[in-house]
Unconditional design. Structure first.
Length: 284
């Protein structure tokens, strides 16, 4: 049995770490998974990025426990991705979603897409790659568009398409930030501001929410905000930290993109597009 799966990157509008409520939107960097299922026992994971296979292995195990209990298989999974790892661009969510979709297709399993997402979020908590399970990130990765979620209850509160006449400009520093290094006391302290950012997102004032969120979480994580401020000075509609960083997302009108990149000077930037996914699938 063979199956393939594709999932995309996403960017933070409101980080759920402080309050449990998050918002994110899909972008078109992607991860692809191919699985081959045969007789025997064991799981072999190969990936072209510098990331532990533990999370993907656990996703496969959880999938089998749910949809093929008591059965034994040998599973070979291969993942390719152009999503930078541990930069706040949801590489872990995309890896979970892609391999779970590939398993679903290989075994011809009928299930709701949110069931797959929840398998991945539970595995993310158990592996320590997420403090909340990142249900917001996982929904944006798998479904596309803007999603608002309650991560405490794994509830998709709202999903909406996002304007596609904007480009997503990303500054990606060389260093990585791992979740266990984050100070939870500092995160809890910014909860009142994060709540305001979520309220703005719920009112569909996404760019205000993104910028406010980036400022408060950058302060909590002791991260320099110079690139974000510079982006705003050069005309970005929104600019701020994505996830726990250290990548910065800058949303720019496409007709102003070339000038924006020129004005940003020496910074190493990549450009992505909004991914709205398929709104026939689920809208929240």
């Amino acid at each position: 049995m063979k199956g393939t799966g594709t999932a995309y990157s996403a960017a933070t509008i409101v980080n759920a770490m402080a309050t449990g409520y998050g918002a994110a939107f899909g972008i078109d960097l992607k991860t692809e998974a191919n699985v081959t299922i045969g007789s025997g026992q064991g799981i072999c994971v190969k990936t072209d990025v510098d990331e532990s296979p533990q999370l993907v292995t656990l996703c496969i195990k959880r999938f089998l426990e749910k949809f093929a209990p008591g059965e034994e298989y040998y599973i070979n999974a291969e993942l390719t991705s152009n999503i930078p790892v541990s930069r706040g661009l949801k590489s872990s969510s995309a890896a979970c979603n892609a391999v779970l979709e590939a398993m679903k297709n290989a075994m011809s399993v009928e299930c709701d897409v949110l069931e797959l997402i929840k398998i991945g979020t539970a595995a993310s908590i158990d592996c320590g790659v997420s403090l909340t399970g990142a249900f917001d990130d996982a929904c944006a990765s798998m479904l596309g568009g803007v999603v608002l979620t309650n991560n405490a209850s794994n509830e998709l509160v709202k999903r909406r398409p996002l304007e596609e006449d904007v480009a997503v400009v990303i500054d990606i520093p060389e260093y990585q930030i791992r979740k266990p290094s984050l100070d939870r006391t500092r995160i809890k302290a910014i909860a009142p501001i994060a709540k305001i950012a979520f309220e703005k997102a719920n009112e569909e004032r996404y760019w205000e929410a993104l910028t406010l969120n980036g400022m408060c979480y950058s302060a909590a994580f002791n991260l320099d905000q110079e690139i974000s401020i510079r982006g705003l000075c050069n005309g970005a509609l929104a600019s701020g930290l994505t996830g726990s960083g250290p990548a910065t997302i800058m949303v720019v009108n496409k007709d102003k993109l070339d000038k924006f990149i020129e004005n940003m000077g020496e910074h190493r930037l990549i450009v992505a597009n909004v991914n709205n996914g398929d709104f026939n699938e689920t809208s929240g």
